[in-house]
Design a protein around this ligand. Structure first.
Ligand code: ADP
Ligand code: MG
Length: 143
């Protein structure tokens, strides 16, 4: 699926819609340059899932977890940002495989940095900057 957005608000709305398709075990991999709107998209996902806490980029830690109720069942939303690392070698000891095998919802920024570690079953979200306020968002279900 491909959509074009003309504001951060519109990008959040696209993410909120996608959130309805997520369930325990879902992995969303976000691709795009710095400032593309990955964090904005994650905020929309969180909102769509009914998470009330403010989602900010995990700057000093690589991951933040948000426990919440998903259709009344306890679940954890994991927001991972790999901006600071170089490649999968750097991330080998972070326990990513463990997070992926958890029954949570995992969203990753800078997914391209760990392409070889990404679960095959995932949703790819590729954000391209097409103008100051314009983005092209491609959403692909893998496997
Ligand atoms: P990333 O996490 O990809 O580095 P951020 O989500 O932190 O990027 O920042 C995206 C920036 O781009 C924000 O300042 C946001 O206001 C701006 N922006 C402008 N237009 C859009 C749009 N259509 N969708 C998302 N963000 C947008
Ligand atoms: Mg970000």
């Amino acid at each position: 699926m491909e959509v074009k957005t003309n504001s951060p608000k519109e990008t959040k709305k696209v993410a909120e819609k996608l959130a309805k398709d997520l369930a325990a075990g879902s992995v969303v991999a976000l691709f795009g340059d710095l400032g593309a709107g990955k964090t904005v998209f994650v905020q929309g996902l969180a909102k769509g899932l009914g998470i009330k806490r403010r989602v900010i980029s995990p700057t000093y830690v690589f991951m933040r977890s948000y426990p919440f109720l998903h259709h009344k069942k306890p679940l954890t939303f994991y927001h991972i940002d790999l901006y600071r690392g170089q490649d999968s070698g750097d991330f080998r000891n972070l326990g990513l495989e463990e997070v992926f095998s958890e029954e949570g919802i995992v969203v990753l920024e800078w997914a391209e940095k760990i392409r070889d570690v990404l679960p095959k079953k995932r949703i790819d979200v590729i954000i391209n900057v097409t103008g100051e306020k314009n983005r092209k968002i491609s959403i692909k279900n893998r496997k």
